[in-house]
Design a protein around this ligand. Structure first.
Ligand code: ZN
Length: 352
């Protein structure tokens, strides 16, 4: 196997823009391109390999043929479901206010779809750009419903100014909206289940308001503030070749940012796969059997069976994977001398 690269799947959205072209030199069709699904294996979009001997094959075909070599141990749990979805979003206008269900609610109400926990890494933000994040403390379900009905939801939502490099964790139940002038790398559970709560009283591409899903949204929104409503601080570990900052380690995925100046050693030992998205800079993956160059905006899938490899260059890389056990991360950080309290800077690590 080798590091796999894919053709991005581009999606036109009413809130989209042209930044993928400006920032990464991507060739875009006409229109407002809001989403680029860069590693995807979902009925609404499946990635096609764009490099090496598997060029032209879809990720789902490849998983059927070489499942364990690509996914590792996960295939024993469920062969058919690739667990993650990696996207880049370009919001030139504000997105609808939305929320996602958890696995349990989605299984019961969405024909066995998965729920969705997601996270955002801010790739770029115009000065003063904001996101909406969580319900303000003390707001009840009924007050929230009334505000939706009156079309005046904004003052009931938490808001936060964001800048490049910020990390936002969005567990299922956290109401959210990306504001205008923001580019995001989004890592999420492989699900497309979204309950739209409020669309700023605007009309969709066909001239009609887009559908809202208010009752389901009210069922799943966290009004109690179970989760922190702040940006994720992350925990940085110095390593040869650069710095590794662990931001999220929930049971669905781990997200680390690798700031590399030189060469950082990594390993895919057969158990699990990794995704890499290049936020800044350029470089190459060196592995037994070859070299794969990359530049900003690219995403790569490191197959579980790749073995030892390294990431070389001057670059910032967003790495994601599905952990075997969250405890492995706690053990790794304890061995590095970190306390449990310091580990609270990582989102989702001590959630069940
Ligand atoms: Zn979302």
């Amino acid at each position: 196997m080798y590091p796999l690269m894919f053709k991005p799947i581009l999606k036109e959205r009413i809130w989209g823009g042209r930044k993928l072209e400006e920032k990464y030199g991507r060739q875009l069709p006409e229109g407002k391109i809001g989403e680029s699904w860069d590693i995807a294996c979902h009925p609404n979009g499946t990635s096609i390999v764009d490099n090496g001997i598997y060029k032209g094959k879809s990720l789902s075909e490849l998983i059927e043929e070489r499942g364990k070599d690509i996914l590792g141990k996960i295939v024993e749990e469920d062969f058919s479901k690739f667990p993650l979805l990696i996207k880049i979003l370009d919001a030139s206008d504000v997105l609808s206010v939305q929320v996602h269900p958890d696995d349990e609610y989605a299984a019961a109400n969405e024909n066995g779809e998965l729920g969705k926990t997601e996270m955002w890494y801010i790739l770029d933000a115009e000065p003063g750009a904001i996101i909406y994040y969580g319900v303000k403390p003390g707001i009840s379900r009924e007050e929230f419903r009334e505000a939706i009905e009156k079309g005046q939801l904004e003052s009931y939502l938490g808001r936060m100014e964001v800048k490049k490099g910020d990390v936002i964790y969005i567990p299922a139940g956290m109401v959210h909206a990306i504001g205008a002038g923001i580019m995001i790398c989004e890592i999420q559970q492989n699900s497309d289940t979204t309950y739209r709560v409020f669309d700023w009283n605007r009309k969709g591409a066909d001239g009609n308001p887009r559908e809202l899903h208010i009752e389901k949204a009210l069922d799943v929104i966290d009004f109690e503030g179970k989760h922190s409503r702040e940006k994720v601080k992350g925990l940085a570990v110095q390593e040869q070749g650069g710095e590794r900052t662990i931001y999220v380690a929930c049971r669905y995925f781990v997200m680390e940012k690798l700031d590399i100046a030189g060469e950082m050693k990594e390993c895919a030992d057969g158990d699990k796969f990794f995704t890499l998205t290049i936020a800044e800079g350029s470089g190459e993956i060196r592995y037994d059997g070859g070299v794969q160059a990359f530049s900003a905006g690219d995403s790569l899938l490191i197959p579980a069976s790749l073995g030892s490899y390294s990431i070389a260059g001057d670059c910032t890389v967003i790495k994601a994977y599905v952990p075997d056990r969250q405890k492995d991360i706690v053990d790794y950080l304890e061995a590095k001398g970190f306390t449990r309290e310091q580990m609270n800077a990582i989102a989702g690590l001590f959630e069940d």
